[in-house]
Write a protein that binds this ligand. Structure first.
Ligand code: MG
Ligand code: ZN
Length: 192
């Protein structure tokens, strides 16, 4: 029997949900939502979608900030979302640096495999929204549908090219959610 994907959306964090910085997001004060992103998550929730974040946080491995700061950022995010009637069901993060050679740091699919196991779902066809190629590559390994947003590193990522076949490009998370929920605002296909 053909399987329909679970009503689940996987998001990268920095550059998708909140503004990114080359200096890393190290404190709750530096964690600033992208305009419309939290409303987009709430709209997805209201349509029955669970939303999960999968994020590389090598700033921890580099000693730039502590776990307590990461928890405080996510506390801020959860509170802001709750005020809008939205929620993120889980945040998976990789604290390692590239030099650690772990299997969770994207583009490796380790965090997505953890997510599939914890939620008891197959991720085939589940939309994964990212602003970097490595987000989409990690998703590709487990069959996620790749979506690039043009916030954060998105414009640079699009310019570099080499996106997975079938990648759809949206202005931001708000545009992605509107497209997923209503079909409005046709996204561009990578390479076209
Ligand atoms: Mg990112
Ligand atoms: Zn890792």
């Amino acid at each position: 029997m053909p399987q329909t994907p679970p009503k689940l959306v996987v998001l990268d964090r920095d550059g998708v949900v909140n503004l990114d910085s080359d200096q890393f997001i190290k404190t709750p004060d530096e964690w600033i939502p992208i305009d419309g992103s939290l409303e987009a998550i709430a709209a997805l929730n209201q349509a029955g979608y669970r939303v999960v974040i999968v994020s590389n946080q090598s700033g921890i491995g580099r000693g730039l900030f502590e776990m307590s700061a990461l928890n405080a950022m996510h506390e801020k995010m959860h509170k802001a979302l709750a005020n809008l009637g939205g929620r993120v069901d889980a945040v998976f993060f990789c604290p390692h640096t590239a030099a650690d050679g772990c299997d969770c740091r994207k583009p490796k699919p380790g965090m997505l495999e953890q997510l599939a196991e914890r939620f008891g779902v197959e991720l085939k066809g589940v939309p994964l929204v990212g602003d970097s190629l490595r987000d989409l590559e990690a998703g590709l390994a487990v069959g996620c549908a790749p979506h690039l947003v043009l916030t954060g590193k998105g414009p640079k990522t699009e310019k570099k090219g080499g996106l997975p076949p079938g990648t759809l490009i949206h202005d931001d998370l708000r545009a992605f959610a509107r497209w997923l929920l209503t079909g409005d605002g046709a996204p561009r296909q990578a390479g076209s």
